[in-house]
Design a protein around this ligand. Structure first.
Ligand SMILES: [Ca+2]
Length: 345
């Protein structure tokens, strides 16, 4: 065993140690050939935690991060993404590509009440991000370019409104077969919404984009909605177990107001890990149980725009298009998340 560990370093060694702790079998090939991924984010508080999980897990080769208007403006989302990458000392080769500055047809709907004016709950307010943002690039073009470069290899993890993905599909419809898969944080199929009574925020902000993406024909599209993310709760007790570190302090500060808002609405003092659970599903699919259904998004209703309508009984007799997340091993997810954030790589 020591001789094997001597040959490992950085994320590989970290991945190896983590698997030992969890008693997972070590897959030598996968340990070195991590999955290629692109994150598409509107960096507010939980996107930031998802980015940290994606990069620090050592399980993903993050090719780049695209940003989109959503919780905050495109400019703020881009700046926040750069700050988070700097905070976790992410590889300098990971660049940030701004994408859509507004939904396809609608006006932006910011969530400053939940994520704070700056989108990070006031944490990192004094940090000046380094020059990771590629302002000459365009998020949807980066997605297209990488999928063409590595056909069938790239997992796209989208944790904001789906405007960038829709624009990429409009420009290159064959993207549906060039990506390996797409994992989306969005929707609510059996539960109530978090922006309207029936709509989840990402779907509500750009329902036309969401509909285009869901109907595009992706062979593997997984929807991680409020049905599972509301069960994945990070509490202040969990955060205490992160100990004292720059990252722990950031998590504590950024989630403080968010937890209060969540308490006012839901009666639980916790941070719902919406976006990190989507990232975790891309890394460890066994954490979420999915079932394949036909799902569409409402775009023409006064009360229900952005609602994800899931045809559980196949009443519309359409071909299932979405792997819908319905059950989650929340305890295991949280423990892996904490382990990764506490890690030393
Ligand atoms: Ca988000």
């Amino acid at each position: 065993m020591p001789s094997l560990m001597q040959g490992l370093s950085g994320p590989c060694l970290y991945s190896f140690r983590r698997k030992l702790r969890y008693g997972w079998s070590y897959n030598l090939e996968r340990g070195f050939n991590v999955r290629k991924a692109i994150l598409d984010v509107d960096t507010g508080i939980d996107d930031a935690l998802g980015i940290m999980l994606a990069i620090r897990s050592g399980e993903l080769d993050v090719l780049g991060i695209t940003t989109v208007n959503g919780n905050v403006s495109l400019e703020t989302a881009t700046k926040n993404t750069c700050k988070i990458l700097d905070l976790i000392h992410a590889d300098p080769s990971i660049s940030v590509y701004p994408g859509a500055s507004h939904p396809l047809l609608r006006n932006p709907v910011f969530e400053h009440r939940v994520h704070g004016q700056d989108g990070l709950g006031g944490a990192l307010a004094d940090m000046h991000p380094s020059g990771r943002a590629d302002l000459s690039g365009f998020g949807p073009d980066f997605i297209i370019e990488q999928a063409r470069l590595y056909p069938g290899e790239v997992t796209l993890i989208a944790t904001g409104p789906l405007t960038n993905v829709a624009l990429a599909l409009a420009k290159r419809p064959s993207l549906v077969h060039e990506l390996k898969e797409i994992v989306i944080m969005g929707g609510a199929v059996q539960t109530y919404g978090n922006i309207t009574p029936v709509a989840e925020y990402n779907m509500y902000v750009d329902p036309e984009a969401a509909q285009l993406v869901l109907q595009a024909g992706f062979p593997r599209l997984t929807l991680i909605g409020l049905d599972v993310t509301r069960r994945a709760l990070l509490t202040s007790e969990h955060i205490d177990t992160l100990g004292e570190s720059e990252i722990a302090n950031y998590v504590r500060q950024s989630t403080s107001d968010y937890m209060q808002r969540y308490f006012e609405r839901n009666g639980v003092q916790a941070c719902a890990m919406h976006d990190p659970l989507a990232v975790a599903t891309a890394i460890w699919p066994e954490l979420v149980e999915t079932t394949r259904y036909y799902v569409d998004v409402e775009t023409r209703s006064e009360l229900c725009d952005g609602q994800t309508v899931c045809d559980f009984q196949n009443r519309l007799q359409r071909k299932p298009n979405v792997e819908v997340g319905l059950k989650v091993d929340a305890e295991e997810f949280i423990s892996r998340f904490i382990y990764v954030l506490r890690g030393t790589n």
